[in-house]
Design a protein around this ligand. Structure first.
Ligand SMILES: *[C@@H]1O[C@H](CO)[C@@H](O)[C@H](O)[C@H]1NC(C)=O
Length: 496
């Protein structure tokens, strides 16, 4: 019955019912296209009765639907907020153009639609000075807790971003507890275990502080990089059992104080220990944590599977990797797509974030004395003196991925990952992610999108970038497109 009625509907709609590719966003290795939108010329690309496969064959399996993608972005450090605020005062038109280019999720807008921002609770290695929200030694009742210890431009920048993108998801996490809860300094060391419940209360007050500033919080972490203690900037070593106890106490406090919808995300550290710390955290406090997040600085993305294979129902976020000043533009984009913005998503992640949202051309300003970057970290955006800005390779890589999962309808659902595999002689030449985005109206067709990295450039031998003519298989139909060396995002529509 069902098959018969489908045939009738298709026949009634005629050729217009077949899938067509109208929209393409592309970034090429030679920068001839930089997150550039175009329509196939002269005609849309039709899905037709299959012929022979191309040199690569992209096979979409829309019966396999996986995690929802919450978005891409970076961390709004104090340094990023300060630079953006300077741009706003020097050249407000340029500032608002930048925010629109970064954050506008409206379908059809010329914007990456970044939607996930991490915000440190207190100082990091990208602050002007070391501070927490309560630096009164021994203040166990947190009477002197003051969210205003943070630079006010952190909150004003977040409100400006929210005015562009009301669906922005804000994820907060401290780089360290207040120094007095440790051995007197935020720089390195570990939490005095007498302060476990005080730290949970500190995190609750942080959520309340952000609420008071008009910033709703999507997720909170307990400790950034709990396996990193560095005496030159805010950081803290935190064993699994301590993070677990804080998480349990915080979950209870949040549930009884109006934050039951805010997620608690644990770990926030490197792929290399995916089989240990985050797994043990779920064993000890699985009911308190919605999931865990990963950073890129040790290990490989495939290690995310060490966690997801044991906890398939917990969420996985990818929350930090930094660009390095002086590295090669196209090599970076290849690595980011393969490991983060396609790769981490294919290993179960719902987000893809870089480190500083904005820095200047020297990778500054950094916390004086910090040995973390020493002028070597590149922001997603570069803010120049004189009120101008430009975007770096980190932007193009994540913009190409973000575009594929943004809601098609205002207020509509976000994209979900679906099944995809690559065959053909040049199966190694393409790295592919595939997504479905549902609609508000059940009669509207879903959007099916793919993000494709073609890295057939012979970069390791004699440079020779080769376009790859690929077939795309979808529901027994086939489209053909020649992917240049670069990153291509394209989509079509299909009946739900
Ligand atoms: C977002 O982009 C759309 C389409 O270009 C535009 O109409 C709208 O004004 C933008 N929204 C904001 C808040 O800038």
């Amino acid at each position: 019955m069902r098959l018969a009625s489908t045939v009738v509907v298709l026949a009634a709609l005629g050729t217009a019912a077949s899938q067509q590719i109208y929209d393409i966003w592309q970034t090429t290795w030679d920068r001839a296209k930089l997150f550039t939108y175009f329509q196939p010329s002269p005609d849309p690309i039709n899905f037709v009765t299959p012929g022979p496969i191309g040199t690569a064959d992209i096979v979409i399996d829309d019966s396999a639907v996986y995690q929802t993608i919450h978005g891409f972005g970076a961390t709004l450090t104090d340094s990023s907020a300060s630079l953006l605020n300077t741009l706003k005062s020097q050249n407000p038109t340029s500032y608002w153009q930048l925010l629109d280019y970064l954050f506008n999720i409206t379908d059809g807008s010329n914007s990456a639609g970044l939607s996930y921002i991490r915000v440190p609770l207190g100082a990091t290695d990208f602050s002007t000075n070391t501070y927490s929200y309560d630096d009164t030694s021994g203040d166990v009742n947190l009477n002197d807790f003051n969210i205003g210890a943070a630079p006010s431009n952190v909150f004003s920048t977040l409100r400006d971003i929210l005015s562009i993108n009301e669906w922005l998801r804000v994820h907060v996490v401290p780089w360290s507890p207040p120094g007095w809860m440790k051995s007197g300094t935020m720089d390195g060391g570990s939490l005095n275990t007498a302060y476990i419940s005080i730290m949970a209360n500190y995190l609750l007050k942080s959520l309340q502080g952000f609420s008071g500033e008009g910033i709703p919080i999507y997720a909170i972490g307990i400790q950034n990089e709990p396996e990193n203690s560095n005496p030159t900037y805010p950081s803290c070593s935190m064993p699994v059992s301590i993070e677990a106890q804080i998480g349990i106490a915080l979950r209870s406090l949040m549930d009884s104080n109006g934050f039951s919808n805010t997620k608690i995300i644990g770990y926030e550290h490197n792929w290399a220990d995916a089989a240990n710390y985050p797994v043990q955290l779920m064993q000890q406090a699985g009911s308190a944590f919605d999931g865990v997040s990963f950073h890129c600085y040790a290990g490989t993305v495939s290690e995310q599977a060490s966690f997801t294979s044991q906890y398939p129902n917990k969420e996985v976020f990818f929350t930090e990797c930094t660009g390095a000043i002086g590295s090669d533009w196209w090599s970076d984009i290849k690595w980011y797509m393969d490991n983060l913005f396609i790769g981490s998503i294919n290993y179960g992640s719902s987000t893809g974030l870089m480190w500083n949202l904005a820095l200047n051309s020297a990778g500054s300003p950094e916390l004086p004395g910090s040995n973390s970057c020493q002028g070597g970290c590149r922001g997603v955006v570069q803010i120049n003196s004189g009120g101008t800005w430009n975007v770096n390779q980190e932007f193009y890589a994540m913009a190409q991925a973000s575009k594929a999962i943004l809601p098609r309808d205002s207020g509509g659902p976000w994209g979900q990952r679906i099944g995809v595999s690559v065959g053909g002689n040049l199966d190694w030449a393409l790295v592919v992610g595939a997504y479905v985005t549902g609609r508000v109206s059940s009669t509207d067709w879903n959007r099916y999108s793919i993000v494709v990295l073609n890295w057939d450039d012979s970069a390791s031998t004699t440079w020779n970038p080769q376009p790859v003519t690929a077939t795309i298989e979808f529901r027994g139909m086939q489209a053909t497109y020649t992917f240049p060396v670069g990153v291509t995002t394209l989509w079509w529509y299909g009946a739900p």
